[in-house]
Design a binder for this molecule. Sequence first.
Ligand code: FAD
Length: 494
Amino acid sequence: MDDARLPSTPIRRVVIAGGGTAGWMAAAALARTLGRVLDITLVESEQIGTVGVGEATIPPLRTFHRLLGIGEQDYLAATQGTIKLGISFENWRAQGHRYIHSFGSSGRDHWSAGFQHFWLRGRQEGLAGDYADYCIELQAAHQDRFSHLPDYHVNYAYHMDAALYARFLRALAQRHGCRRVEGKIAEVETDPGSGCIGALKLESGDVLEGDFFIDCTGFRALLIGQALGVGFSDWSQWLLNDRALAAQTTAVRDAVPYTRAIAGTAGWQWRIPLQHRVGNGIVYSSRFMDDDQAREAFLSSLEGEVIRAPWPVRFRPGQRQRCWEKNCVALGLAGSFIEPLESTTIHLIQRGIVRLLQSFPGVLSQAAIDDYNAQLDAELQHVRDFVVLHYHATERRDSPYWEEVASMRLQHRIDLFRETGLVFHQPGELFAENSWVQVMMGQGIVPARHHPAAAVLGRGDLQRFLGDARRQVLETVARMPAHMDYLRRYAPAP
Ligand code: FAD
């Protein structure tokens, strides 16, 4: 579509459809930054409710909070949040095996070669410990410790209660002028000329007119999918899982500072420890496990008392062919979904919001729309590939599910690493070289040879280099208290 068919009226009235995590993140960010020049309305339906999951995050959320002026202590206390230093992958490489993909970097890189090359040579010469010994965040997670440090920036994210987070953001958005409407959208009115959305008609008969609409209606995708007819690219050839069950339980021990992702026979389970409870879920493929089997496997593995009984979620992995179409942007589940193995959906919401704010149209421009869609596509596909890596690199073949996932394609990146220790990485990709290395090493892919730069050091220098790196990790982690001891002092729940 060219600009000529897009309306040239200035954008003043923004209507956000849906008040889950996506809706309230968008409302808070827009109201905080552009609330003085825009008229922002959010409509949500308590009767429909939210998906009720999405409680593990990755570190860039801290930047989002800084942009919004959200204090960390207030946020953690309001959402009963805990610290997340990474994810513990259990039974992924093989049954009984465990590794942590942390948010930290391992060792120190040389400009010409990553730390893994020095470690590899050290290992070949019997000088190196486990690869996991060289990362502060990873060791802190292992030892269940956390604190902020004056001389080292610990890289971390959060676990949080999604319902409390939406409430917290709602208060912020309303403080900055966002109007909230309770009601069910019955109809989306489009303009026959431009095809743009003009208004949302509620069941109550109320009409919400707008110049720009943000579709945060979850999997329903009422605006972008149903009204504007933007298709969905299905990724189930790469990602087999299509169902989940979620439940909440009481905590039986202090929260650990990492998410647990535990592989099963036809999928995996998550454990997200909060201050006041644990979020649990099972993600599985309906082709390999029926709902009764999934429920039984899930219930029998739960610890603590069930405080919210299991509820089902059905999904299709993939993305909207265009997340921005005409005068509507889709955020959250309305736009895309990649299973939550690396907790990336909230991050993708954040990226969508930041990009939208950066290119926020005074008037609609097709060039800006195309640019937004192209950038978001690249980001989504990178995240998809990183999630696929966890399946592709597994040694498990103990069920039809694992046999099938092992045949999925991601060979280029894996071969490159296996043969050379190099990581194919493009600028701007969310998961940096360090993440690919931690996951590939964790899944048992060890490069055949190291970069020649690692051979330049004499044996004694290499031993000192590796020894210093390891000592620094141990000394730094030893200065951190137990995670929950720190959190109870730092951000006690109200
Ligand atoms: P929803 O929460 O479904 O909200 C939709 C909103 O639209 C609701 O307010 C609803 O009332 C409203 N609505 C719908 N229809 C109407 C209508 N007709 N009228 C009025 N209002 C309407 N992400 C992570 O980052 N980390 C995780 O650990 C993680 N785990 C997940 C686990 C599972 C099993 C799933 C499925 C997702 C997970 N996600 C995770 C993704 C995360 O849950 C979502 O990205 C996030 O909750 C955003 O959801 P949403 O706001 O798009 O949709």
